[in-house]
Design a protein around this ligand. Structure first.
Ligand SMILES: [Zn+2]
Length: 374
């Protein structure tokens, strides 16, 4: 195809509608102009058509007058551009999406066509009174594969989380009044409690007897009930007025001398390792690329997984955070990782880890770029 105007088109000329339409179709084909979606290919020259002509003139090294006349250098440049483009490439068919669009064109809306292979009746805008236009097919942006980090991270993550969470060798009541031991293991039910390999304080090689376990369990349970009752009493100032207090807050160390039941260091380590592995599986279920993340990001995610638990660490509850991690936007992750109701230093620690991850990944990408340009 080529452009053959009959009259000049410019900022100040009266334009022949057939010429304007031909120019629109041409500039649309050259991907220099698209109609506004509420006007369509209408044969009326607007400011944007003039802008597109100027754009083309600049590219062709011509004075950017926005004016084009039959047979002039601009028309010649347009025809040269059309010839250079040839029939390669594809476009998306766009329609006005109103009731005036002919059904055969309405059907084509949003579909991709090749310039080399016009559908029945021609390309958009070519059939009489057709207001349809071609939208350039966006070339898929190829993101380079992100680098994969497989440095050791697990030992460090375990030490960090164990430090934050504690790993207690004796039975104690947690804030909700559940009997707990080791790495926050809930053994509130007698059946779970008695299954732990309790030993006796000062005698780590002697397993506790069933009677000793039962005695210890009873003591912890009594203390919990007592604490709740006392808390309620203090709260209401009146024992008869039942106003249940939901949490108690007694540090684990204060429960130490209540019983002689102890777990060995090896046992608490083993329990912690098991729990950690469980959560590692869960975090990988949430982030499929986890294995390739930078070490500090792995550590931070494990801390959140462990700290929040399965039901709270969910995409629906942390939409911004999950989106950031999925895109490996570690600085965004740092901004959106704050948990409520935990010590400030733990949040700051997680933030720092994500920032470190961002830095590691940026450095790595730079290195890869340098390697590929050298
Ligand atoms: Zn149409």
């Amino acid at each position: 195809m080529s452009l053959r105007l009959t009259q000049p088109i410019g900022p100040d000329s009266r334009v022949e509608p057939g010429d304007a339409r031909a120019l629109q179709i041409t500039l649309n084909r050259l991907e220099l102009w698209m109609p506004s979606p509420d006007a369509g290919m209408n044969g009326i020259p607007d400011r944007r058509i003039i802008v597109a002509v100027r754009d083309l003139q600049r590219r062709a090294g011509l004075p950017a007058t926005g004016r084009i006349s039959p047979g002039d250098a601009t028309e010649t440049a347009i025809n040269a551009a059309l010839a250079a483009k040839g029939k390669g490439g594809s476009y998306v068919w766009r329609t006005m999406r109103d009731e005036r669009v002919r059904p055969s064109h309405a059907e084509r809306d949003g579909k991709v066509f090749r310039w080399s292979d016009p559908p029945q009746g021609g390309h958009p805008g070519e059939a009489s009174n057709c207001r349809c236009w071609a939208e350039p097919v966006e070339a898929p942006v190829e993101e380079p594969e992100p680098p994969c980090f497989d440095d050791p991270w697990r030992e460090e993550a375990m030490a960090m989380i164990e430090e934050f969470e504690g790993n207690i060798e004796w039975p104690y009541g947690d804030t909700r009044g559940n009997i707990t031991a080791g790495p926050g293991l809930n053994v509130d039910r007698w059946w779970d409690f008695r299954r732990l390999p309790w030993t006796i304080d000062g005698d780590p090689f002697r397993p506790a007897t069933e009677a000793e376990k039962l005695e210890g369990y009873g003591k912890v349970l009594d203390r919990i009930i007592d604490l709740f009752e006392r808390a309620n009493y203090i709260e209401s100032g009146n024992r008869s007025e039942k106003k249940p207090v939901k949490i108690i807050n007694v540090p684990a160390v204060d429960w130490k001398m209540l019983t002689r039941l102890r777990l060995t260091k090896e046992e608490t380590e083993k329990l912690f390792r098991e729990k950690f592995q469980q959560f590692e599986k869960e975090v990988k279920g949430r982030f499929s690329a986890f294995d390739c993340f930078p070490g500090p990001a792995k550590q931070a995610l494990m801390d959140m997984m462990y700290n929040l638990g399965s039901s709270k660490f969910e995409k629906s509850k942390w939409p911004k955070f999950f989106a950031a991690v999925d895109r490996r936007r570690w600085r965004d992750a740092a901004e959106n990782c704050q948990r409520s109701g935990i010590p400030l230093e733990r949040n700051i620690n997680t933030e720092k880890l994500f920032e470190e991850a961002a830095k590691q990944e940026e450095d790595e990408k730079e290195k890869i770029e340098e390697d590929s340009t050298n």
